[in-house]
Design a protein around this ligand. Structure first.
Ligand SMILES: Cc1cc2nc3c(=O)[nH]c(=O)nc-3n(C[C@H](O)[C@H](O)[C@H](O)COP(=O)(O)O)c2cc1C
Length: 213
């Protein structure tokens, strides 16, 4: 699909993007669509132009099931850490669509990409990770413009995921993204719909001249 056939504005994409958990149809995202989405991710800005990301496409049902089981265990551990009232709110909230999406994209970050002298990272080391996260955001927005759902899963132990996919240190997995066709996009984020946490008003996030001003 070309841009002219698919004219979603960037503002519409930003407003309609959702973290998708329950709405995956079970169909698999087509390879050419996936390629366009990954190409968008690959065009993200990056510190020193290091492009420190890689993308591992996971479709093996066994691997999806194994990761899903690990995430389910971590979900239980989180639930058990909550006070009773928060636990009651959390209980009905889904936190992943690992198997139902049928495709996991694991985004990794390589701190050694670009060598020792990365232009722009000498003072703020996290700019490397920031760059990889920008690739995730590009992917997410490209996906919504293709009407493809994305759900970010972070309920995992990093070492478990590295071993599962053979990711060699010091490369780190920074996101497991469930990617696939959806029946609908919710208009209100799940965490707001289920009463976990609403969006802050923009006016609270804007400060003038000094923080707090
Ligand atoms: C770094 C990061 C990690 C996240 N991890 C999870 C997760 O493990 N499970 C989940 O259901 N949602 C996860 N989310 C999605 C957020 O809950 C979601 O973005 C937020 O509630 C706002 O909803 P929206 O994306 O639909 O606007 C994650 C989002 C980010 C940015």
């Amino acid at each position: 699909m070309s841009d002219t056939e698919n004219p979603m504005s960037v503002y519409t994409a930003i407003r309609s993007r959702r973290d998708v958990r329950a709405e995956f149809t079970g169909q698999i995202v087509e390879d050419d669509v996936l390629h366009r989405i990954l190409d968008a991710a690959h065009h993200a800005p990056s510190v020193g132009n290091t492009q420190p990301w890689d993308f591992v496409i996971v479709r093996s049902p066994e691997t999806l099931a194994e990761f899903g089981k690990h995430v389910a265990d971590e979900r239980v551990a989180f639930a058990e850490s909550l006070p009773a009232d928060r636990r009651e709110t959390f209980d009905p909230i889904r936190i992943e669509g690992i198997e139902t999406s049928g495709t996991g994209i694991v985004v990794t970050y390589d701190p050694e990409r670009g060598g020792q002298h990365v232009l722009g990272r000498a003072t703020v080391d996290e700019t490397g990770i920031f760059s990889a996260v920008l690739a995730v955001q590009n992917l997410w927005l490209a996906a919504i413009s293709e009407r493809i759902g994305v759900g970010w899963v972070s309920f995992y132990q990093e070492q478990f995921l590295s071993e599962l996919l053979g990711i060699p240190a010091p490369v780190r997995p920074i996101a497991w993204l469930c990617v696939g066709p959806v029946s609908e996009f919710q208009t209100v984020p799940d965490l707001e719909r289920f009463g976990w946490r609403p969006r802050r008003p923009l006016s609270q996030a804007i400060h003038r001249e000094k923080f707090g001003g």
